[in-house]
Design a protein around this ligand. Structure first.
Ligand code: GDP
Length: 440
């Protein structure tokens, strides 16, 4: 995410490395590099200029002149300004109204329908709500089908009227349906066009006026940079939306949209969406995003994701098994599955400071563990629970079942054995109590 911008900022800060003091000259050079980095990330010129003017004036402040490490100080100033540019603090998302009505708007292909599915899943699983998805796209029957498929995947009801060509009427009928069926959040996925167009705008504005939504979310593809910002402006002029959703952050996004939207429309980014998995919706935190852009990782989000998967009882059981040197293949695969539930692997690794950058060209797919999983899945429950029972002939069978070479099974067995030896050694150390942390 934003790799090029991260690299460019890092090299801008390098100008200051080894400098004992901040001077007019080295600030000027650094600031120039930062501005170029922002422009290359597709940040609007005016925003980039204002940003760097602020950084410059902060850096030349009296206190700063005496600073010990100008490089670190500059990073801190830029971090604060990036956070501010993206909205400062986390924006709230209204869900208290009963029912809460959420209108989703944006161009076709921006990711509206996928986001609607993700949001319904998020509200259902994380907020304990009873959502209803509403298909208000009267032009593309395929869009209605898509929403039904998503609804089924996340276990959320979908309301649609295939023959009705009046989007306002559909939205109103959906409200009545929601009341009847005790749904407390209504998510209305509207029709999009390939470009901003008057008929589409009028239609969404009419829905807005008819049902008075609690939240109007404008969904935008972050890959489209400055175009995203212009589209946001057009939608905001007509809809006065309450928040922005940035999608496709998993792609090779330069960062322009994330950095410019708040400034341009003065509406907060509320959610970011990366990937097509329906359980990967993230609340947007400007400070954490700024940290990630600066290559500092995002430990807070990583810990939160781990905590969501943390099951205290299971963790205690696992700790006991590790202490008794009974860690087996079933435990191993359970742990793998927990990690995978935290989200997209590359995204998770990117939250570790420095790792995102180091791994930017490495292709880690979510299939990275597939081979190991196949091997474990080819074992019998008895073998999984008793790793030492796996004789050479059993290894043959496991290799065959998993579609692997015997040498691959042998290599995995060896690694697993080394891991167990390591656990054994740690158990003997006085710090063994810390192993409890492994359970997450
Ligand atoms: P809509 O026309 O606005 O409803 O957009 P869709 O939800 O149909 O999404 C358009 C395309 O983008 C589909 O192929 C989605 O699978 C894909 N898509 C949506 N959100 C994301 C995302 O966050 N990351 C990636 N990589 N693809 C996405």
């Amino acid at each position: 995410m934003f790799n090029n911008l991260s690299d460019r900022l890092e090299s801008a800060f390098k100008n200051l490395k080894g400098e004992a003091r901040i001077s007019e000259l080295n600030i000027a050079n650094t600031v120039k590099d930062i501005r170029r980095a922002l422009l290359d990330a597709d940040v609007n010129y005016k925003i980039a200029k204002e940003f760097t003017d602020k950084v410059k004036s902060k850096a030349t402040g009296e206190k700063v002149i005496n600073a010990i490490s100008p490089g670190q100080l500059m990073v801190k100033i830029v971090q604060d300004e990036l956070t501010e540019l993206m909205g400062g603090t986390e924006a709230s998302f209204e869900t208290n109204a009963n029912p809460t009505i959420v209108l989703i708007a944006g161009l076709q292909g921006s990711g509206k329908t996928t986001f609607s599915g993700k949001l319904s899943n998020y509200l259902k699983t994380k907020k304990g709500k009873r959502p209803l998805l509403v298909a208000a796209d009267i032009y593309r029957p395929a869009a209605i089908d898509q929403l039904h498929v998503l609804g089924e995947q996340v276990g959320v009801d979908v309301y649609s009227e295939r023959e009705n060509k009046d989007a306002v009427a559909i939205a109103k009928n959906a409200l009545a349906y929601a009341k009847e069926h005790a749904k407390n959040v209504i998510i209305i996925d509207t029709a999009g066009r390939l470009a901003v167009d008057e008929v589409m705008m009028t239609e969404v504005a009419n829905i807005k006026n008819a049902i008075n939504p609690n939240e109007i979310l404008f969904v935008v593809d972050s890959m489209t940079g400055q175009d995203a910002v212009n589209t946001a402006k057009a939608f905001n002029d007509r809809l006065d939306f309450s928040g922005v959703v940035l999608t496709k952050l998993d792609g090779d996004t330069r960062g322009g949209a994330a950095l410019s939207i708040k400034y341009t429309v003065n509406k907060p980014i509320k959610f970011v969406s990366s990937g097509e998995k329906l359980d990967t919706l993230d609340v947007f935190y400007p400070d954490r995003m700024a940290q990630r852009i600066l290559g500092m990782g995002d430990i807070t989000s990583l810990v939160e994701k781990a905590q969501e998967q943390y099951d205290e009882e299971k963790a205690k059981k696992l700790e006991k098994k590790i202490r008794k040197n009974q860690f087996d293949f079933q435990d191993f695969i359970d742990q793998l599955q927990q990690i995978k539930r935290m989200g997209n692997l590359k995204d998770i690794m990117g939250m570790l400071p420095g790792v995102g950058k180091a791994m930017k060209d490495v292709d880690i797919s979510d299939d990275a563990f597939k081979g190991v999983e196949a091997m474990i899945n080819s074992m019998t429950p008895f073998e999984r629970a008793n790793p030492d029972s796996i004789t050479p002939s059993r290894r043959q069978r496991i290799a065959k079942g998993a579609g692997k070479e015997l040498s691959e099974v042998n290599a995995f067995m060896k690694q697993f054995d080394q891991m167990r030896q390591m656990m054994k050694m740690m158990n003997k150390m006085p710090m063994a109590g810390m192993m409890g942390g492994l359970g997450g």
